[in-house]
Design a protein around this ligand. Structure first.
Ligand SMILES: Nc1ncnc2c1ncn2[C@@H]1O[C@H](COP(=O)(O)OP(=O)(O)OP(=O)(O)O)[C@@H](O)[C@H]1O
Ligand code: SF4
Ligand SMILES: [Mg+2]
Length: 328
């Protein structure tokens, strides 16, 4: 049994107006944002989740933190089931750091007020220890104590993101999910934040789930990487092997299109040519088929399973593990 176990998790959303659909006598369309994802993570392990915009990364994170309900599947932490349960104490052990700290921090609260309030409401420490704990949290995220008195708008983007991390750490989580946590930051402040996440993982034994559309950033902080495409995992490998020898054509294409670490792409620029098909209208067989340079007849007929030579080396392509990947 692993510390965090995500098994066959599926999340669906109803799209458009239910009322409008009912008036027309139709069922509202259902979009499967996460389609049967499974993975496991140990204490202190860092899992990267990468994929293009809309592939379901944030939805998967929200399902794990309980912010969206799962349609099916199981999520367990330390052997206890989370999916469909309202176990606040257990849920508190999984915390999320969001992309844009400026919009998630209350602009009228100083850092100290915000952290103290959290510690008090969740009864993390006795009242007389709250001030000390705030100071410890500032040390943990490597911010000066003087910033305890600051309002969010008086801080830089990097400092605000550290406050966002301190806020997540205040609840003493075992799992920290960082969703595009450096995407909004200047390139020059990305690396120090990634280093901080790495050292928190080492020092606190946190399980880290690091989500980004940026392969280089994911590579820097992850022991293992799961590549997502249209709601499914198409490759799940140890980081070094994935980058040295990617097996899924989608992973290869992502890598070919990836910018070097620290170089931002222009807004709206896609990592790959063409758009993924709509999750409302999936192609038959392999869902990467319409964009895949290696697509063969079998790809239209049979959806490939996520399989490989071992549990830790898996890819969902009929030809992923063949010597010669291109069929004759
Ligand atoms: N609340 C919602 N209602 C309806 N559809 C949703 C909802 N949230 C997400 N979706 C859809 O689910 C799919 C996955 O979205 P999600 O936000 O998880 O992708 P993502 O990989 O995090 O993308 P990005 O890189 O842009 O953050 C998308 O098609 C999105 O439009
Ligand atoms: S199964 Fe076929 S279409 Fe899908 S990624 Fe592999 S080669 Fe391409
Ligand atoms: Mg997202």
């Amino acid at each position: 049994m692993s510390f965090l176990e995500v098994t066959d998790v599926t999340v669906r959303f109803t799209v458009g107006s239910r009322l409008a659909a009912r008036i027309k006598g139709e069922k509202p369309p259902i979009l499967t944002a996460v389609d049967g994802i499974s993975f496991e993570a140990e204490r202190g392990e860092s899992i990267g989740i990468v994929g293009e915009s809309g592939c379901g990364k944030s939805t998967l994170a929200k399902a794990i933190t309980g912010l969206v309900p799962v349609a099916s599947g199981s999520i367990s932490l330390d052997g206890r089931e989370l999916a469909g349960k309202r176990d606040q104490a257990l849920r508190r052990r999984i915390q999320m750091v969001f992309q844009d700290p400026s919009s998630s921090l209350n602009p009228s609260l100083t850092v100290e007020k915000m952290l103290s309030e959290l510690l008090r409401v969740h009864q993390v420490v006795p009242r007389d220890e709250i001030a000390d704990r705030c100071a410890e949290l500032m040390d943990l995220v490597e911010l000066p104590q003087s910033l305890l008195e600051a309002l969010p708008r008086r801080m830089s983007g990097g400092q605000r993101q550290r406050v966002g991390i301190a806020r997540a750490l205040a609840l003493e989580p075992d799992v920290l999910i960082a969703d595009e946590s450096v995407a909004a930051l200047d390139v020059s402040v990305q690396a120090p934040i990634l280093n901080l996440l790495n050292s928190l993982r080492d020092n606190l034994g946190l399980t880290l789930m690091f989500i980004s559309h940026d392969l280089a950033v994911v590579r820097y902080v992850s022991d293992r990487v799961i590549v997502m495409y249209l709601g499914t995992a198409v490759e799940d490998r140890p980081t070094a092997q994935l980058f040295d020898d990617p097996r899924h054509p989608y992973t290869k294409a992502l890598m070919a299109a990836a910018p070097k670490f620290g170089v931002k792409k222009a807004p709206g620029e896609s990592a790959l040519k063409g758009e993924p098909p709509s999750a409302l209208n999936l192609p038959s067989g392999c869902r990467f088929r319409p964009r895949c340079p290696l697509a063969a007849d079998i790809c239209e007929q049979i959806e490939p399973d996520l399989i490989g030579p071992s549990e830790t080396q898996r890819a969902a392509c009929h030809f992923a593990w063949e010597e010669n990947e291109i069929p004759a």
